[in-house]
Design a protein. Structure first.
Length: 132
């Protein structure tokens, strides 16, 4: 399959498929005409990578997961370790975002939002206020 067909079938852009090829995640063979040619197995790998990225795995984690995906002698504990690490990273980001939301909620609550120039949000962002 040519790159355009593969991209369409796996739900990735042609640019992304090329990038994954360029960084060595999925290697296509070159046909005599110089075009990349992808097999069904490579299509499956690209679809797998797309699904990994959709749930936020890093490229490094995707590479590790892809290696495990193609290795029929893998240990599911290795997959679980990577997924658990990613889950912990997501939980940490959620906690950080929750703190940001709370701070911003407090700032918005202190602003009258009227036609006067005084604004506690700007004061806080400028470091002139203890709100934060």
């Amino acid at each position: 399959m040519k790159i355009g067909e593969v991209a369409k079938r796996c739900g990735l852009s042609v640019k992304t498929v090329r990038y994954y090829h360029d960084i060595g995640l999925v290697r296509a063979r070159r046909a005599d005409n110089g075009y990349r040619s992808y097999s069904q197995a490579q299509l499956d790998q690209l679809r797998f990578l797309g699904n990994c990225r959709k749930i936020g795995f890093s490229l490094e984690q995707c590479e590790q997961l892809l290696s495990l995906y193609v290795n029929k002698n893998r240990a599911s504990s290795d997959v679980r370790r990577i997924a658990t690490t990613h889950l912990n990273e997501i939980e940490e980001r959620i906690a950080q975002l929750s703190k940001l939301r709370d701070s911003l909620h407090q700032l918005v609550g202190c602003c009258a939002g009227n036609n006067l120039p005084d604004c506690p949000i700007l004061d806080s962002l400028a470091g002139h206020s203890s709100l934060q």
